[in-house]
Ligand binder design. Structure first.
Ligand code: ACO
Length: 362
């Protein structure tokens, strides 16, 4: 049986930091509220295109795998905030990388986009259809945020991560996954006025906005991720104690604590970086995975558990068996263009536009 080894990994977190204190300068919130309810201390704000972040993460992942872009035969991009829908953004990334032999597909399943992509890519490798696949997950969510809505605006940030997976006969990579969707509750997270729904055929300018039932999403996230984790553990005949590290979606530290309690995980089994980046949606797992490797928290042969939950409401979990190599084959010096503005300066127009509108509609 063929498997799909994770041979490369990389991340891109933009340099501009938006702290909780910064948020409190233009909305009715506080560092105390945000940290105690979410564990988030700061998040990053992107000063360029999403595809610039994706390119940096991809170049690091390719270098770590020791691959040239021309060797890739497929690029899968998990993202709900891409540069463009036509051309699709995976094509933009393929062209910029010089991945001339790769098919390029965008996947929109929100926060689960990376896990869905890894599942699809792994199974395409297993069938023999593809051999070397780049799976990217990331988001430029600050661009779509309603900065006048404090219950949602404090939760998110921008970032991107990527992995390379390659065919192997060794039992390694994503061994099993369980993915699904609670579509009956799809409107619990909704970014309105994106897309071509007929109701948007109007002459008025339509602001993108968020409908977000935080508590409902919280409860469903814990339940669905716990169930998905139990599924994959059972399928793989493993118990929680066999798992060296859980690399979960990072939406809220309280969700991670509740998940750990529900499935009987020890606190130090869970990799947490939500305090630094907030919820970067499809970016959270590949960025966390890359940081776990950078911090030497993953060892050869380790079993890892991933769990994710997002708009849709999509959910999933997967078990990875790490291979022998935990260091990059090569390093890339890829980086974003310099950023000369603070996060508040980058967001100034967005914030003013949404604040003016919320006063009009109040
Ligand atoms: N600052 C200060 N006060 C606030 C803020 C804020 N930023 N936001 C809300 N409040 C207030 C509310 O108005 C409310 O006030 P009230 O009691 O006077 O009405 C109070 O704080 C409590 O609000 P709750 O909604 O009860 O707070 P809760 O403890 O449930 O936390 C949160 C809210 C953080 C949103 C939580 O429910 C959560 O994390 N939900 C899940 C998010 C998630 O999983 N997202 C993943 C998917 S996202 C995706 O896929 C794109």
């Amino acid at each position: 049986m063929k498997h799909a080894e994770i041979t490369g990994w990389g991340k891109c977190v933009p340099p501009a930091i938006l702290s909780n204190k910064d948020l409190a300068t233009f909305m009715d919130t506080s560092d105390e509220w945000i940290t105690s309810r979410t564990g988030i201390e700061e998040r990053r704000i992107c000063h360029c295109n999403f595809s610039d972040m994706a390119l940096v993460a991809s170049r690091h992942a390719l270098a770590a795998a020791g691959l040239e872009p021309g060797e890739l035969d497929l690029i899968l991009l998990g993202c709900l905030t891409p540069d463009s829908h036509c051309p699709n953004t995976a094509s933009i990334i393929a062209d910029a990388l010089g991945a001339r032999n790769a098919a390029a597909i965008d996947i929109n399943s929100a926060c689960t986009g990376f896990l869905y992509g890894l599942h699809i890519g792994t199974n395409l490798i297993r069938t023999g259809a593809h051999k070397k696949v780049l799976v990217i997950g990331g988001e430029f969510i600050s661009h779509y945020m309603n900065w006048a809505k404090r219950d949602v605006a404090v939760l998110f940030g921008d970032a991107c991560g990527a992995v390379v997976i390659e065919a192997t006969n060794e039992e390694t990579g994503l061994l099993t996954a369980s993915i699904g969707c609670e579509s009956d509750a799809k409107y619990a997270i909704q970014i309105t006025n994106l897309g071509s729904s007929y109701s948007r055929m109007t002459d008025d300018f339509l602001y993108v906005d968020w409908n977000f039932e935080g508590q409902e999403v919280f409860k469903r996230a814990v339940k669905a991720m716990a169930q998905a984790c139990e599924n994959v553990l059972e399928k793989q005949n493993l118990s929680v104690s066999d798992i060296k590290l859980v690399v979960p979606h990072q939406a809220n530290k309280r969700i991670l604590d509740a998940l750990a309690k529900r499935i009987g995980l020890d606190e130090n089994q869970v990799f947490v970086n939500v305090h630094k980046y907030g919820n970067t949606s499809a970016g959270t797992i590949p960025v966390a995975l890359t940081e776990a490797l950078e911090e030497s928290k993953i060892h050869p042969g380790d079993y890892l558990l991933m769990a994710s939950f997002g708009a849709g409401l999509t959910w999933g979990a997967g078990i990875i068996k790490w291979s022998d190599r935990i260091t990059p084959l090569k390093k890339s010096d890829a980086d974003l263009p310099p950023c000369n503005e603070t996060a508040l300066e980058i967001l100034e127009n967005h914030i003013n536009r949404y604040r003016a509108r919320s006063k009009l509609t109040a």
